[in-house]
Design a protein around this ligand. Structure first.
Ligand SMILES: *Cc1c(COP(=O)(O)O)cnc(C)c1O
Length: 346
């Protein structure tokens, strides 16, 4: 029985990267690689991003950052933002991975590990601009900056960046967050050189709100062609991955395909439309290991059904499927299990 396939189009990823970079210039693209590159597979995504000339890579944790470093053939910046253990900090120092630092406790540990190793930690200090998910509070910012500057003078740290994360819930809230961010940048710059990497925005704000962009933009979803759920279409960006499954049997007006909830396809997607050799059809039910699609004339075993993708066969995008079940665009992809074989198309 042929397994379902997640077909990966490297050319599309590289074209999306080009379109994103053109849109956000002169802000530099940091491509975000969390969740195994949004379900596409980290190694493949890094290889293609490197081919496209990307110079910044974002990883949730140091482990992912080390993996990115292993794949990269040329020097590039890697940024890991999760608060990490001492061992991970040591690895980051060894592998030249920039660290996002959002608590005083973590800052002290990073400085201590850098001092012990004789290496300089590249620190991006995080200001809490309202999301309350880690980040120095405005009231503790000045002190944190002083700690970084002191460690910088001692040769343990390079003050490489100031960053935060936006809620992207409303323009007004994001504007306020930017005010807090810019005040923090001003305070940091008043004590020494302005940190080179100033980054606040992810996909949606980077794309739609040019005035919020810093010198770097951390972008995941849009590079993979995943638009925001309930957001507008994006000019020049195409879904990078297509999920396909083969027809296993045809019984009357039901074509059974070999993919189900055990493969990570949410059973609540019943009723969505998929692409078949005869165009769009309804996905009637999603079972554990197989699903039923409304059959088409001449449907037979081995036919290919496009569950989601770029739309060429009448299928929906992963984001459109996500909208049906009220979740974020990338979730359909990140839920897929390894039973869906990753197949590189180009
Ligand atoms: C996920 C994430 C991003 C990227 O978000 P997208 O909307 O996928 O572009 C950027 N920064 C942080 C801290 C994130 O967690």
């Amino acid at each position: 029985m042929k397994r379902p396939e997640l077909r990966l189009h490297g050319a599309r990823l590289r074209e999306n990267i080009d379109a994103v970079r053109e849109r956000i210039a002169p802000s530099a693209l940091m491509i975000v690689m969390k969740d195994d590159a949004y379900g596409h597979g980290l190694t493949w995504a890094v290889e293609n991003a490197e081919r496209a000339g990307v110079e910044w890579y974002g990883s949730y944790d140091v482990r992912g950052g080390v993996e990115i470093r292993r794949v990269l053939e040329r020097p590039a910046r890697i940024f890991a933002w999760a608060t990490s253990t001492d061992e991970e900090v040591d690895q980051a120092l060894e592998q030249g991975i920039d660290l996002g630092v959002g608590t005083r406790e973590y800052l002290q540990r990073v400085i201590a590990r850098a001092a012990a190793s004789g290496r300089r930690a590249r620190v991006h200090l995080k200001i809490d601009t309202g999301l309350h998910r880690n980040g120095m509070l405005p009231g503790e910012w000045r002190e944190a900056v002083d700690v970084v500057r002191t460690a910088e003078r001692a040769g343990h740290v390079e003050f490489a960046g100031v960053w935060s994360h936006l809620a992207e819930a409303s323009d007004a809230e994001d504007d306020e967050a930017q005010e807090v961010f810019l005040t923090a940048v001003r305070e940091a710059s008043a004590t020494g050189d302005e940190p080179e990497a100033l980054h606040l925005t992810a996909s949606a704000a980077s794309w739609w709100r040019p005035e919020l962009r810093g010198s770097v933009s951390r972008i995941g979803a849009f590079c993979y062609g995943i638009r925001s759920a309930d957001g507008p279409e994006l000019d020049g960006l195409v879904p990078v991955a297509e999920l396909t499954a083969y027809v296993q049997s045809v019984e009357g007006d039901a074509a059974v395909i070999g993919i189900g909830s055990f493969d990570g396809l949410p059973s609540t997607l019943a009723g969505a439309t998929v692409g078949t050799p005869a165009g769009t059809r309804v996905l009637r039910t999603v079972g554990p290991v197989s699903s039923v699609v409304e059959a088409w004339p001449g449907a037979q075993e081995g036919d290919l059904v496009h569950v989601f993708g770029g739309g060429e066969h009448g299928e929906s995008s992963a984001t459109a499927l996500a909208e049906r079940i009220d979740t974020v665009g990338e979730e359909i992809l990140t839920r897929l299990t390894s039973r869906a074989r990753r197949v590189v198309v180009d």
